[in-house]
Design a protein. Structure first.
Length: 1196
């Protein structure tokens, strides 16, 4: 039963429901037929226009009694100030839901409005008004009750917000797009002018948003709400959603990574003084940001950015860059351009690198470049702006460094790498070194302080700062070593200097340390160049000026360098009383140099360097520039030498290639060894001046009145050197060295070059002489020429051209360019007097030797022999000359031969009682010899003619001797030598070979010699009964003085003779029992003799007389035994021809007696031989004389 009840109820319910549906469908059909859709559409437009207070256009509409009014393409717009259409919303679809009961009662009212896919345009103009204000005003005029005011719901709406007050730097307004927005607006209660607003948004980029406490009062004209967002990822897409001033503010920090959570409130009150009020908080967590005023990326950012109408405030915003913690505090006074700013940034250990430099503007970057800082610093930055028109941001920065955060800087105008310890305050372009403050809460009212700058062990104090100015900031900085500190003048400091200042450094060649002050200033902002003043005092260093390279150690005085734009734009170096004492030497430098350029010499220079009691030691020698090394080497001063020096350098205009240099050296007590005069000279007095100017661009050194002493002789030096060039020698030289009573010894010889030493050796001088040596040349392309004038002072010489040592020499010797010339040189040698005049020696190929030598009473003895070269000395030994000669000979250079030069000579020799050994001893030579000859490497040849009034040959005196002679090689010939002797005349020729041993040959003719005189002289006979005229011919050859080497023959004849008391003839007559003739003697005699091996071979000997004739032959040993055979017969007596008697007499005359002689010529032994046949030679002689009775002629 229960089941049946259920079926009954179900059936009844279906019937009822069918009836209801039917009724509804009938009502729906009836309403659709009764309602006009167009009227409904017009009613909807009117309702929306009244509701929004704007123009409403509908594209299409359809009405459903149940579903309501569906509208397509709804556009809500107003008119702007120019009368143009301004669209507020575009709705693709909208549905206005009416109330059924009202519709049934004939009244069309709407309960809610659903809007889907709407585009809403919200805009705030530059006047601060919103385009939605007319809508709000229209809503305020609406007096409908709660049932009459519909609820408005927006789903999937897109909102575009444009704010012309929040423009960016390019004047582009804020333009924000919001997507997927849902909004619900409904009245708070019936008849109320207040509406409750709820809003939510789920944007892909802006996240999820929800609102609370949202309402607007149409009567009061207010609208407010609060909203919060989900945590948003800080991505690029989020940044791209911003624009205008909001994007500018966002991009100033450029947050990325991490997340941000936004919350805020918004209120609009059109009647308030500030219609729009909002408070937006962006809470950052784990983000990274890069503030545009802080160039480093900040990570791990936490904190909040609060945006209000009055501006943006940073609340506890902190982060980290690397190891550096950074905090940001402050706010901005609005969003307009030039709005007030009050911002503070603190960072510990900020790296001073290119990123930080790039954060500054260009003028500040130039200031950064001037200091070139690097390292880490604690930085507190304050950004201020009051917001006045045209006002710029005031930037204040306090940077401090300690040992924990070192900062290294190299200031451009004091370019020394320094580690800084101190505080620097920067305020809107003004930089000041300040005392380290106790607190950095307020950046201002700091006291001027000191910045300690350390370099290795050096500590500098830096004071001052830079000012504000355009286009160049004023500067006033002072650098100085701290108390008790010194600045090292090392390579680090030099390399840090500018090129022009390095030029000054190199000029002074500084080494050591100093105290000083460096001031860097700029007072005129229009002047781009800084004024730099550097003053060095208490210099504990070495200073070595380039143009006076003597080292100054720890000098007193000061060095000031200043570069002032007004006076000295290229710098000026002022040296004041820079002096030093060392070892009794005082050196002082004064003057100035101005106009320094990196690639050019200084423009102007006036520098004076003075040194008193300066030592010419090795230190100074090493400091001398290479181009002066030749002069130093030429003078070779000892380290003990002392001089006074005054040096002046001048440059009048920048076009001068070099400064004019004048250097005066005054010797106090110097010791020199001039390379052109070999003696070490002491006690040098005088001055030297070196000048380098436009006239003498390569320098001129003049020596004036140098007086000194070599220890053995006084010496004076004067002259000049011009044209100094490194590695090329001196261009122009003219040096005169004059010595008094100079010793002519080996020391002087060794001082000459090899070429000049040969000239010296050719004279072999000894003793003393006044010497004037001039060394000169016009160009370095020419060799040095040396000119020497020597005036002997009782000295001696022995010239190779006349090898006799001369003493007490007087005259003058001139040596120049390899030529030795003597003028009226007179000396004593070999007990005589010698005169020389002319060119004695030449080795330059231009001037040939040509001189005249004359001698008076020159003794031919050991002196002459000792003076000769060995080859000539051997000849002299062979000739064995004795006596004296007077001569005058001219010597000159002759022709050139393959084996060398030939010297020719000619002249006159007057021997006085001279003797020579020419195989035969010649003595008593007195007369005149005309001589000419040549001397070469191959030998000595000569020829001449002699005329002697008298001469003795082997103790035989000849008179009127005349003839010629010649020597060629080793042959000596005497031609046609004739003379008178023994009342007759002798002519002879001599040929001598001078090789050892000497060999010779003599051919002599004798005519009409008085026999008695000949016999008395040659054989020391005392008889006066041997008379006649001796004639004959002698041919003789020999070797040296060896008589045993004589070979030759002689043909002798005596005529007009009266010959008796011949020793061996008397003995012969005695043997024959003949009485010695007294009145009758032999009248003729002949002899043919041959000489060999100390023998005389008597080939034929005839003594013819009127009564007796003797014929003989045989041999006679030299001063020894004889062996002769004689035949005697009657003489040549002429009797009358008688018939009987004449034949008898002739028969008797033919009777021959033979006699043999032995013994010696002085003590002969005679023996009569028995008759025997004659030997053939004897027979020929007898027959010949018997037949003719005449003396036989010499066969030809």
């Amino acid at each position: 039963m229960q089941a049946n009840m259920k079926r009954y109820i179900r059936k009844r319910f279906l019937i009822v429901m069918t009836a209801v549906v039917g009724v509804i469908l009938a009502a729906y059909a009836t309403v659709c037929m009764l309602i006009d859709p167009e009227a409904v559409r017009e009613k909807a437009v009117a309702t929306l226009s009244e509701l929004t207070g704007a123009e409403v256009r509908i594209g299409g509409a359809s009405f459903d009694p149940i579903g309501g009014l569906n509208i397509d393409d709804l556009v809500v717009s107003t008119r702007d100030e120019a009368g143009g259409e301004q669209v507020l919303a575009r709705v693709t679809r909208a549905r206005l839901m009416h109330r059924l009961m009202g519709l049934m009662g004939g009244k069309l009212t709407y309960s809610y409005i659903d809007i889907r896919d709407a585009q809403i345009f919200i805009e705030r103009t530059r006047s601060g008004r919103f385009n939605l204000e007319p809508v709000l005003e229209a809503l305020g005029k609406c007096r409908a009750d709660q049932q009459a005011f519909p609820t408005i719901r927006l789903d999937r709406a897109r909102i575009r917000y444009v704010d012309h007050l929040l423009t960016d730097d390019s004047d582009q307004p804020l333009n924000m797009h919001f997507q997927n927005v849902s909004v619900s607006i409904g009245a708070v209660n019936s008849g109320s002018q207040k509406f409750r607003v709820s809003l939510s948004m789920n944007d892909p980029d802006l996240g999820r948003w929800t609102t609370r406490e949202g309402e607007f009062d149409t009567e009061a004209g207010t609208f407010s709400f609060k909203a919060t967002s989900s945590a948003l990822a800080l991505t690029e897409a989020l940044t791209e959603r911003f624009s205008g001033r909001v994007r500018d503010a966002w991009e100033r920090f450029s947050p990325h990574g991490g997340s941000v959570k936004l919350s805020g409130s918004f209120r609009y009150d059109r009647q308030a003084e500030r219609p729009v009020d909002f408070d937006i908080r962006a809470q950052l967590k784990g983000a990274s940001a890069s503030y545009w005023r802080f160039p480093y990326e900040i990570t791990d950012v936490h904190g909040a950015l609060v945006c209000r109408p009055e501006g943006v405030k940073l609340e506890n915003l902190r982060g980290r860059t690397g190891r550096t913690p950074v905090t940001f505090e402050g706010s901005t006074g609005g969003y307009r351009r030039g709005a007030p700013v009050d911002m503070r940034i603190e960072a510990k250990g900020v790296p001073l690198d290119a990123k930080l430099r790039a954060a500054f503007k260009e003028p500040h970057q130039k200031l950064w470049d001037d200091f070139r800082p690097c390292g880490w610093a604690d930085v507190t930055c304050k950004l201020d702006r009051q917001g006045l028109p045209g006002e710029k941001m005031r930037v204040r920065v306090l940077a401090s460094s300690t040992a924990a955060t070192p900062v290294t800087t190299t200031y451009r105008y004091f370019p020394y790498p320094l580690e800084l310890d101190g505080c620097v305050f920067y305020d809107a372009g003004v930089m000041t070194i300040v005392e380290r403050p106790g607190s950095t809460a307020e950046l201002g009212n700091f006291e001027d302080g000191v910045l300690l700058a350390r370099h290795e062990g050096t500590v500098l104090e830096v004071r001052g700062g830079t000012g504000r100015g355009a286009p160049h900031a004023p500067v006033k900085l002072v650098f100085r070593p701290s108390d008790g500190g010194e600045l090292p003048l090392d390579e680090d400091l030099k390399q840090a200097l500018s090129p022009s200042m390095r030029q000054i450094w190199d000029y002074l060649d500084l080494t050591g340390s100093t105290r000083g002050t460096c001031r860097v200033e700029r007072s005129d902002p229009q002047q781009p160049q800084l004024d730099v003043v550097v003053e060095l005092t208490d210099i504990k260093s070495r200073v070595r000026c380039r143009d006076f390279p003597y080292e100054l150690h720890d000098p007193e005085g000061s060095v000031l360098y200043e570069r002032r734009a007004a006076k000295f734009p290229h710098g000026r170096l002022l040296v004041q009383n820079l002096s030093t004492h060392r070892g009794g030497t005082l050196v002082e430098i004064n003057g100035e140099l101005s106009g320094f350029h990196a690639d050019k010499p200084v423009e102007k220079m006036e520098l004076t360097i003075q040194a008193a009691n300066l030592s010419l030691d090795d230190d100074l020698r090493r400091a001398v520039p290479p181009k002066f090394a030749a002069v130093w080497n030429a003078l070779s001063p000892t380290p003990q030498s002392r001089v006074n020096v005054a040096c002046r350098l001048e440059r009048d205009h920048p076009d001068m290639p070099r400064a004019d240099l004048s250097l005066r050296i005054e010797s106090i007590d110097s010791s020199l060894t001039c390379s052109y005069f070999p003696y070490r000279v002491d006690r040098v007095r005088g001055s030297a001046e070196y000048t380098r100017n436009e006239r003498f661009p390569d320098g001129l050194l003049q020596l004036r009145d140098f007086e000194c002493h070599s220890g053995v002789c006084p010496i004076s030096v004067r002259g000049l050197f011009a044209g100094f060039a490194t590695g090329k020698g001196v261009n122009n030289v003219h040096l005169v060295v004059e010595g008094k009573a100079v010793p002519l010894d080996n020391k002087l010889r060794l001082a000459f070059s090899a070429k000049h030493r040969g000239m010296y050796d050719s004279f072999r001088p000894e003793g003393l002489a006044d010497v004037v040596c001039t060394v000169k040349r016009v160009s370095r392309t020419e060799p040095l020429s040396t000119e020497i004038f020597i005036t002997p002072l009782g000295s001696s010489i022995c010239c190779d051209r006349f090898p006799l040592r001369l003493t007490d020499v007087a005259g003058r010797i001139h040596v120049a360019n390899g030529v030795v010339k003597v003028t009226k040189m007179r000396g004593r040698g070999a007990d005589g007097v010698v005169m020389l005049d002319g060119v004695l020696h030449s080795n330059n190929g231009k001037a040939a030797p040509e001189f005249t030598v004359s001698g008076t009473n020159i003794t031919l003895g050991p002196d002459v022999e000792a003076a000769l070269p060995e080859k000539h000395r051997e000849l002299l030994r062979k000739l064995k000359p004795r006596g004296s000669v007077t001569f005058a000979i001219t010597v000159k250079q002759g022709r050139d031969e393959a084996n060398g030069k030939v010297v020719e000579y000619s002249g006159l020799i007057r021997p006085e009682d001279v003797s020579l050994e020419l195989g035969l001893r010649l003595a008593g030579l007195t007369g005149v010899v005309h001589l000419s000859g040549t001397v070469s490497k191959t030998g000595h040849d000569f020829r001449g003619r002699a005329a002697f009034p008298r001469v003795t040959i082997k103790n035989t005196r000849f008179t009127h001797v005349d003839g010629s002679f010649e020597k060629h090689g080793n042959l000596f010939n005497v031609y046609k030598m004739s003379g008178k002797v023994y009342g007759g005349e002798v002519a002879a020729q001599l040929r001598m070979h001078l090789k050892d041993p000497i060999t010779y040959g003599i051919v002599a003719d004798a005519r009409s010699l008085h026999l008695s005189r000949f016999l008395r002289k040659e054989f020391q006979t005392k008889t006066d009964k041997l008379h006649g005229l001796l004639s004959g011919k002698l041919l003789l050859q020999g070797r040296g003085t060896d008589a045993g080497s004589l070979v030759g023959r002689a043909d002798l004849r005596v005529t007009e003779g009266r010959l008796w008391e011949i020793p061996f003839v008397l003995a012969l007559l005695k043997v024959l029992n003949f009485s010695p003739p007294e009145r009758t003697a032999f009248t003729d005699a002949t002899a043919k003799l041959e000489f060999y091996n100390r023998h005389v071979d008597v080939k034929q000997m005839n003594l013819l007389g009127n009564l007796v004739s003797i014929y003989g032959e045989g041999t006679v040993k030299w001063r020894g035994a004889v062996k002769l055979h004689f035949a005697t017969g009657l003489g040549r007596l002429k009797l009358p021809e008688l018939p009987l008697l004449s034949p008898v007499v002739r028969g008797i005359q033919k009777q021959i007696v033979l006699v043999r002689m032995t013994g010696t010529l002085r003590e002969p032994k005679l023996e009569v031989l028995p008759a025997a046949p004659f030997t053939a030679p004897m027979k020929d002689i007898v027959d010949t004389f018997s037949a003719s009775g005449k003396v036989a002629k010499e066969p030809r």
